[in-house]
Design a binder for this molecule. Structure first.
Ligand code: AMP
Ligand code: MG
Length: 478
């Protein structure tokens, strides 16, 4: 019996866009985490998903394994890349007709591996599983994780680590860098095929537009504006917003050195390789804009045959991004503050709160949750006065709106999570997993799946790190 219902449209695109590549078998596959709710959503029978299949030792019926080619600006520098340690098994159609990429990450070498070994370590794959599940529970678009399978083989990083394969589920793996790859190859047919494919999957209405490429660009801008505004609203720092890590689907992808902030700091950076702060919390909207300009450049020949006309139209489109983002950002923070209407002073109101949080080192998540619960702010009592100007302005704003404070707070409890995947807890769960104990991972996973309605037993997961638990840097783990 077939496990997946594969119909892999990507494999029908021009061959320059991918390399056919089976996963390399692993020695002793063992399931470490299996996402039963996700399997059910995909219409898969969890019992049919055994370790050999999920690790790539056995190909499911209908699979057309391939490594996708892409390029990317990594920290601003252009490079030709591709799936160096992942293969797309195929596109699975759910019983209700939705299409998802099923990808194995850590599945061995491919023609795009360069100097890499094509493998992944257990810790980073469990990290992606936890944080992507947390992101999904927060209602934020993201790739998901169907399973993590230990390979029974070591991977050599600074030290030998247990190896693993992650089964990733995505609306697609088309990145800004996929278009950059076709553009860099100056392959008109590949660009056109990729455009039609992306429109079919992510912006079907664009097919009817006067200029479908421009319409796809605009649809992608809208999704990225929304996505980054949602990240900002939960204090998430992606860490590696390279153009190869930005999707056309608008899903969060590639959980490397990412983190949810504890104490609020607009300049917060966690990635150990981001020495310039390029991908700091407050820079994310600017970087999203910069990445979208790269997408527009790659799409120029698709927008108009006359380059001057194409540049004019692309410019006009991407210049709208800051306003688009501002509207999404304001919407996000208005909801967090329980505001039902838009007011001209709202940006100032949020900035007042952010300044007080930054000045007092308040925990981002707990500060908003305290406002929602009418609880004391999570700062030293001597620091409470820092919030007084904000509190007065906020209460006046709610009163002017005629919003009943209790109704506002009820809405706020649905918009402000109590539980996020905090770095120190993720690290503790991964350390235990490395030592063979999955219980802390399972407990943390259960807690972050209910971010808005914590149970009494979840109290430890609401707590910010103690000074000695604080995580200052996160690593790609590649
Ligand atoms: P990432 O930092 O995961 O976004 O990866 C950036 C690029 O490096 C992608 O092309 C990956 O496929 C590639 N890569 C990362 N780790 C490895 C590895 N262990 N072996 C081969 N390629 C890798
Ligand atoms: Mg990547």
């Amino acid at each position: 019996m077939a496990v997946f219902r594969f119909d892999t449209s990507y494999a029908r695109l021009p061959g320059v866009l991918f390399a056919r590549q089976p996963p390399e078998p692993v020695r002793a596959p063992r399931i470490v985490a299996l996402n039963a709710p996700l399997a059910a959503e995909l219409g898969l029978e969890a019992e049919a998903l055994d370790a050999g299949l999920l690790a790539g030792n056995r190909l499911p019926e209908g699979a057309t394994p391939l490594a996708m080619a892409y390029a990317g600006h990594q920290f601003g520098h252009f490079t030709m890349l591709g799936d160096g340690r992942a293969v797309l098994l195929g596109e699975h159609l759910t019983p209700d007709g939705r299409r998802f990429d099923i990808q194995l990450k850590g599945s061995g070498r491919t023609p795009f591996s360069r100097m890499g070994d094509g493998r992944a370590a257990l810790g980073p794959m469990l990290r992606e599983y936890l944080v992507s599940e947390g992101m999904h529970a927060l209602g934020i678009p993201t790739t998901r994780s169907l399973a993590v399978v230990a390979t029974g083989e070591p991977v050599v990083r600074e030290t030998p680590l247990p190896g693993a394969v992650l089964v990733r589920v995505a609306a697609s793996h088309i990145r800004v860098g996929t278009f950059q790859f076709a553009a860099a190859k100056q392959d008109r047919a590949a660009l056109e095929a990729l455009l039609a494919h992306s429109i079919a999957r992510h912006a079907p209405a664009a097919a009817q537009a006067e200029r479908p490429a421009l319409a796809l660009l605009e649809a992608t801008m809208a999704k990225q504006a929304r996505l980054v505004a949602r990240w900002m609203g939960v204090g998430f720092i992606h860490g590696v917003m390279n153009t190869d890590n930005m999707t056309l689907s608008g899903e969060t992808i590639d959980y490397g050195p990412c983190a949810f902030m504890d104490a609020f700091d607009p300049a917060a950076v966690f990635s150990s390789i981001d020495r310039q702060g390029r991908y700091a919390y407050m820079n994310q909207p600017r970087i999203a804009h910069w990445n979208l300009v790269r997408l527009a450049e790659a799409m120029l020949p698709l927008i108009d045959p006359d380059e001057t006309v194409a540049i004019g139209l692309a410019n006009e489109a991407v210049q709208r991004f800051p306003a688009l983002f501002e509207a999404e950002w304001l919407g996000e923070f208005r909801a967090k503050l329980g505001l039902a209407t838009a007011g001209a002073e709202d940006r100032g109101l949020v900035e007042m709160l952010m300044k007080a949080m930054a000045d007092t080192g308040a925990d981002f998540t707990l500060a908003f949750r305290a406002l929602a619960e009418a609880a004391p702010l999570p700062v030293d009592p001597r620091d409470q006065p820092a919030f007084a100007p904000f509190m007065a302005a906020w209460e006046a704003r709610l009163a002017a709106e005629g919003t009943d404070p209790e109704a506002a707070r009820a809405r706020m409890r649905a918009a402000n999570p109590a539980i996020i995947p905090r770095n120190h807890q993720v690290e503790q769960a991964l350390a235990a997993a490395d030592a063979g104990d999955m219980a802390p991972f399972e407990r943390l996973l259960a807690a972050i799946r209910q971010p808005f309605a914590p149970e009494a037993g979840d109290a430890p997961y609401r707590a910010p790190p103690l000074p000695h638990e604080r995580v200052y840097a996160t690593f790609c783990g590649t």
